[in-house]
Design a protein around this ligand. Sequence first.
Ligand SMILES: C[S@@+](CC[C@H](N)C(=O)[O-])C[C@H]1O[C@@H](n2cnc3c(N)ncnc32)[C@H](O)[C@@H]1O
Length: 229
Amino acid sequence: MDLSRRLQCIADEVLPGSAVADIGTDHGYVPIYLYLKGKIRKGIAMDIGEGPLARAKKNIQMYEASSVIETRQSDGLEKLEIGEVDTIIIAGMGGLLIQQILEGKTGVLRTVQRLILQPQRDQEKTRRFLHKQGFKISNEQMIKEEGHYYTIITGIPGQESYQREVDYLFGRKLIEEKSPILKEYICDQLSKYDTIINNIQGYETEAVQKKKEEAIVFQNICKEVLQWL
Ligand SMILES: C[S@@+](CC[C@H](N)C(=O)[O-])C[C@H]1O[C@@H](n2cnc3c(N)ncnc32)[C@H](O)[C@@H]1O
């Protein structure tokens, strides 16, 4: 079974012998792949929707993975018992929804050993959330697939906080390792904000002026980080 690069990066973060819950599993590909590679002792593929869960169930049966992977219809962590798994994957959702899901059952967060998160947006908030909940960021990966940027953030229990705002904004690990994808992303952001500034040229209302100032501040942050990459 071949995974997309995004899903492969997520699967690579799972430690051998783990018990994994994939929240919002949809197709169920990540737990199925992990089962086929002999990497997990237990998988729970969970989704809020009947349709996605039926899809996951069908795929799990097709790959004869039902002895290791079970499916559960659940809103977030609702149907996950405390201590049932050591690893939680939540991918392909907004950062705020991921946060809401994890906050929904903080008892689970206290027993879990690994959080593998791929927020579609609000990555900055996800990093802050992990630190606030007593997780260190052990790894970050940034990839570009079919024109979209994806960030995969892995958290493990531990105390950590970043002093620099840019580390929350762009990811300290990605900055430290001089990620070429982060560099490309920041260049894209700079030109996107150039376009915004050009488009609002000539409109001198207070709101527009404020927007322009914010864009310039953001661009200056981008330019500073670019020097380190
Ligand atoms: C875009 S898909 C992502 C699927 C897969 N995780 C991936 O990354 O390819 C989002 C999935 O999350 C599910 N979902 C949305 N809100 C949820 C919630 N509160 N609890 C569980 N699943 C949820 C949706 O039904 C959908 O199947």
